[in-house]
Design a protein around this ligand. Structure first.
Ligand SMILES: NC(=O)c1ccc[n+]([C@@H]2O[C@H](COP(=O)([O-])OP(=O)(O)OC[C@H]3O[C@@H](n4cnc5c(N)ncnc54)[C@H](OP(=O)(O)O)[C@@H]3O)[C@@H](O)[C@H]2O)c1
Length: 331
C-alpha cells in the first residue's frame, strides 16, 4: 500500500502565518472511487491566496477547516485511473492540497504536456499565475503599444509574466521589486526599468523610470506602493487590482490614502479573480506556451525540497523570501 503524507490545518493564524499552524500526518494513499484518479504529486505550488484560506472571514472561496488537508494545486503523474479520460503515466495538474497522493474526481484534473515545457511550469508561467497575468493585463489593463505598464512584485510568479507580456505587446515595462538582486533579475527579463521599493525613494525613482507617467498599473501588493502609484497615474489610466499581499498578514491594513487621484484622473480601477476567465483558459495557455517555446517568456522558480518544507515556504512567500515562483519539489 502507498504511504501518504499530508499537511492539515492545526490552528488559524492571528497576524503572520507560522509553521505551527500546520500539522503533518501520515496515512495510506486513498484508493480512487469510480470517476476518480489517483495522482502522485511531484510539485506543490505555494501561493499568496493561501493566506486567505487560513481565515474564517468571508472571502471569494471557502476557507480550510481545522483538521482538513491544506488547499493547494499540484502537478504530478497518474498512478491509477477510474476515469475514461486518464491513464497511468499521464501528467496532470490537480487541486490536491498539500499531500503526496490524492484521489481526485477526473473532471477536476487538467492534462498537461510535460514534453513541451517542464512540468513545474504548469503551476507557474503556464498555470494559474501566468493566466492571471495574461487576462488581467489584456482585458482590464488593455495596454496600447507605446504605453507605460508598471507591475509590483515584479520578480514574482505573476509579475514576471506581466512585464514580459507588456514588452511583447509593444509597451514600456517597469517593475517594482524588493532589493537590488531582484531588480537586476527583472531587468534581465527585458523590462525597461525596475525600481527597488526598499531603497526608500520610490516616488522619485518611479518618476524617473516612467517619464511619460503610468498608463497601466498591475497591482500585486497594495499599501504605500499603491498610494505612490496613484500620484503617477495618467488621465484615463487603468489599475488592475490583482493582489494586496502587503495586507494579507496585517491586523490593521493600510488602506488607500490617495483615493482622490482616481476621481481627478478618471482612473479605471478593477479587481480581478482569475477564475472569472475559466472559459477562456485555453486561449491563455496557448499564448503563454507559444511565448515560452519561442524563448520570449523566461521564468524563475524558487524550489524547496520535500513536503516537510511546505509551511516554511508559505511563511517565507508572505515575507518576500521567495525569488521567483515558489514551489515545493515532492519527489
Ligand atoms: N486575483 C487573482 O486571481 C490572483 C491570482 C494569482 C495571484 N494573485 C496575487 O498576485 C500577487 C502576486 O502573487 P504571486 O503568486 O506572483 O507571488 P510572488 O510575487 O511570487 O511572491 C510574493 C512577492 O510579494 C512581494 N511582497 C511580499 N510582501 C510584500 C510587502 N509587504 N510589500 C511589497 N511586496 C511584498 C515579495 O516580493 P518583493 O521581495 O519584491 O517584495 C514576494 O516575493 C499576490 O498579491 C497574489 O495574491 C492574484
Amino acid at each position: 500500500m502507498l504511504q501518504n503524507k499530508a499537511w492539515t490545518l492545526a490552528s488559524f493564524p492571528s497576524g503572520a502565518v507560522r509553521e505551527d499552524n500546520f500539522k503533518l500526518i501520515e496515512l495510506p494513499a486513498p484508493a480512487p472511487k469510480d470517476g476518480e484518479v489517483l495522482v502522485k504529486n511531484l510539485w506543490l505550488s505555494l501561493d499568496p491566496y493561501m493566506r486567505g484560506r487560513l481565515s474564517q472571514q468571508k472571502s471569494y472561496v471557502k476557507g480550510v477547516e481545522i483538521g482538513e488537508v491544506m488547499t493547494g494545486e499540484t502537478a504530478g503523474e497518474v498512478v491509477e485511473s477510474r476515469h475514461p479520460k486518464f491513464k497511468p503515466g499521464d501528467t496532470v495538474t490537480a487541486p490536491s492540497g498539500w499531500q503526496l497522493y490524492c484521489s481526485v474526481n477526473g473532471d477536476l484534473l487538467t492534462k498537461v504536456d510535460a514534453s513541451r515545457a517542464p512540468l513545474s511550469n504548469y503551476l507557474g508561467c503556464l498555470g494559474m499565475p501566468g493566466r492571471t497575468a495574461y487576462f488581467g493585463l489584456k482585458d482590464i489593463g488593455a495596454p496600447k503599444p507605446g504605453e507605460t505598464v508598471v507591475v509590483s512584485a515584479a520578480s514574482g510568479a505573476v509579475g514576471m509574466v506581466v512585464g514580459q507580456l507588456a514588452k511583447a505587446w509593444g509597451c514600456r515595462a517597469v517593475g517594482i521589486a524588493g532589493g537590488p538582486q531582484k531588480c537586476e533579475y527583472v531587468r534581465s527579463l527585458g523590462f525597461d526599468a525596475c525600481v527597488d521599493y526598499k531603497a526608500g525613494n520610490l516616488y522619485d525613482d518611479l518618476k524617473a523610470a516612467c517619464p511619460k507617467g503610468v498608463d497601466v498599473y498591475f497591482e500585486n501588493v497594495g499599501g504605500p506602493i499603491l498610494d505612490t502609484l496613484l500620484r503617477l497615474m495618467n488621465f484615463r489610466s487603468r489599475i488592475i487590482v490583482c493582489g494586496l499581499i502587503s495586507d494579507y498578514n496585517a491586523k490593521d491594513p493600510y488602506g488607500v490614502k490617495n483615493f482622490r487621484a482616481i476621481l481627478v484622473n478618471r482612473i479605471k480601477v478593477q479587481g480581478m479573480i482569475v477564475f472569472d476567465w475559466l472559459e477562456r483558459y485555453a486561449e491563455a495557455n496557448q499564448a503563454l506556451l507559444e511565448l515560452v517555446q519561442a524563448g520570449k517568456l523566461k521564468y524563475r522558480e524558487s524550489v524547496l525540497e520535500g513536503i516537510e518544507k511546505a509551511p516554511t515556504g508559505l511563511v517565507g512567500l508572505l515575507k518576500g523570501r521567495n525569488f521567483g515562483k515558489q514551489l515545493v519539489k515532492l519527489a
